[in-house]
Design a protein around this ligand. Structure first.
Ligand code: COA
Length: 484
């Protein structure tokens, strides 16, 4: 084989020698052409030819990815809902009888799944399995083998106790990515159960939120639960991408404390700046109040280098959301002075430069507020935007629910549900040009049990009947349980 190749090469070289000079150049050029392909393949970037289908017609970003969704409450379901929005087939395992505890929490419509559940579990299929039942474990093992990703957010050790340790899961399916949310990473608190606000407190958000003279405050945005779910989703798609090269799954862990700290990193920045002097952009500096050892709560101060504050607008006496967030960005200071009727501040040495303004911020914002109080928050927004002054109206949830542009982009979506009727949910906040999101309602408890057992796991009708009789997918028989 090697000899004949060498012979062919000799013949080629000989014919090249005989060819006229012009032709030879053409041949050499032709011979060079495949080089970029080789480089691409070497780098692992040997991508298929770009699809000629219209945008959005070539399937979804995560088509073909199957997820064993063993999540509950909020952090895990946020993650898997996002992956389902991206096109993954998400199979939610639920306890027979009650399912995810949130189905019944904060219920607004009697007998129907709560909004807590429906807004976190769209685009998924539901199967009921008792993971502590021997037959249930057998079904779970089959699912592990059939899935690309297992996502869970049970209390530390809960999955280990039913036998599904990472080692066992990896042995069952070496290609699977196993992703978990826990409250804390390895360390003194790793065994603790954690909910949203605990993570906000432990991740540095609460100690730096609120007013200096008040207690620490938790925020309305679910940065502990939904924030960590979002981090986990990135970990999962990264692990899937790496699997393309290694063929091997891996363990992905996101601790809620870490996720919150990642979102509160500017406050860790300020903690380190404190060593070198006061934080001049905090209004407490302008008020002459000394800083302590840790980053203080800064009310509505801006987190960045541009002084800002929340200001009242027309109607604030009766409307709790008649406010605007106003940023005194240095490049538009002249425009701000003109708008609020203080053109002299443009040249007054006490106001003309950002350092001169720092000790006077409270007075400056009080003066700007005299102007904003004469206008509605939307009027302030319109006027300021014409001058490139960054401001933001405080929008109530009512206003957001009714905002047309959010409906138009699919960020707020109305979905129909068989037992609760129409409800609003948050669609995919991440927009992909070739993977449009089609938001579907959440599944009823166990709605897809038969379908998954037969079509995904290949159980025959006879086996299905046996599984049903075994009690592995049905709620425990009360009379039997009581007799036992
Ligand atoms: N069949 C049978 N048993 C099931 C089951 C099923 N399909 N699904 C869950 N269970 C069992 C678990 O195995 C566990 O059993 P065990 O206590 O005997 O080990 C039990 O249900 C309860 O799970 P647990 O996670 O402890 O629920 P909890 O309601 O007590 O705690 C959290 C809830 C959120 C505090 C806890 O799950 C947690 O700390 N999770 C990690 C952090 C997190 O995600 N927090 C944010 C949630 S939004």
């Amino acid at each position: 084989m090697a000899k004949s190749k060498a012979k062919k090469a000799k013949v080629k070289r000989a014919s090249a020698k005989k060819a006229p000079a012009k032709k030879r150049i053409v041949k050499l050029r032709a011979a060079k052409k495949p080089a970029p392909k080789k480089v691409a393949a070497k780098n692992g970037n040997g991508l298929p030819k770009p699809s000629s289908k219209a945008w959005g017609a070539a399937g979804k970003a995560l088509d073909g990815v199957r997820i064993l969704d063993f999540t509950h409450v909020q952090s895990g379901p946020t993650c898997t809902q996002l992956l389902a929005y991206m096109g993954a087939d998400c199979i939610k395992i639920e306890r027979p009888g009650g399912g995810d505890i949130t189905r019944g929490q904060l219920r607004d419509v009697k007998g129907a799944d709560s909004l807590y559940f429906t807004m976190l579990n769209g685009n998924k299929r539901s199967i009921t399995i008792d993971s502590k039942h021997p037959k249930g474990k057998e079904i779970l093992e089959r699912l592990v083998k059939a899935c690309d990703v297992l996502v869970e957010n049970f209390a530390p050790g809960a999955l280990d106790r039913v036998g599904f340790t990472w080692e066992y899961v990896h042995k069952l399916n070496p290609r699977i990515v196993m992703a978990s949310v826990k409250g804390f990473g390895p360390g003194p608190y790793e065994e603790c159960k954690v909910y949203e606000n605990i993570a906000q407190c432990a991740g540095g958000a609460a100690s730096t939120t609120g007013f200096r003279e008040g207690p620490p405050l938790v925020t309305g945005a679910q940065i502990g639960d939904s924030g960590t779910g979002l981090h986990l989703a990135l970990g999962i798609v990264s692990a899937l991408y790496q699997r393309n090269r290694t063929g091997r799954g891996q363990r992905v862990l996101c601790a809620m404390q870490d996720g919150v700290l990642n979102l509160a990193r500017v406050k860790l920045r300020d903690q380190q700046r404190l060593k070198h002097g006061p934080l001049t952009e905090y209004s407490q500096y302008g008020e002459g109040i000394p800083f302590g050892k840790a980053v203080p709560r800064a009310g509505n101060d801006s987190g960045g280098g541009q002084p800002a504050w929340l200001l009242k607008c027309k109607g604030w006496e009766t409307d709790p959301d008649a406010y605007i967030y106003f940023i005194t960005q240095a490049p538009v200071w002249s425009e701000i002075c003109d708008l609020i009727g203080k053109p002299e501040w443009k040249t007054d040495p006490d106001y003309a430069t950002p350092p001169a303004r720092l000790p006077r911020l409270k007075f400056i914002f009080d003066t700007i507020e005299q102007w904003t109080m004469t206008k509605t928050k939307f009027e302030v927004m319109d006027i300021c935007n014409q001058h490139d002054i960054p401001v933001g109206p405080i929008l109530s949830m009512k206003e957001i629910a009714e905002e047309k542009s959010l409906r138009d982009t699919g960020t707020v979506v109305e979905v129909d549900h068989p037992t609760r009727g129409k409800y609003l949910t948050v669609g995919n906040p991440i927009k992909l040009s070739d993977s449009p999101c089609d938001v579907q309602r959440s599944p009823l408890l166990g709605e897809h049990t038969d379908e998954i057992l037969s079509k995904v796991l290949g159980y025959s009708a006879k086996e299905l009947a046996e599984i049903k009789a075994s009690g592995a997918i049905t709620p425990p028989d009360k009379s039997r349980a009581e007799a036992a």
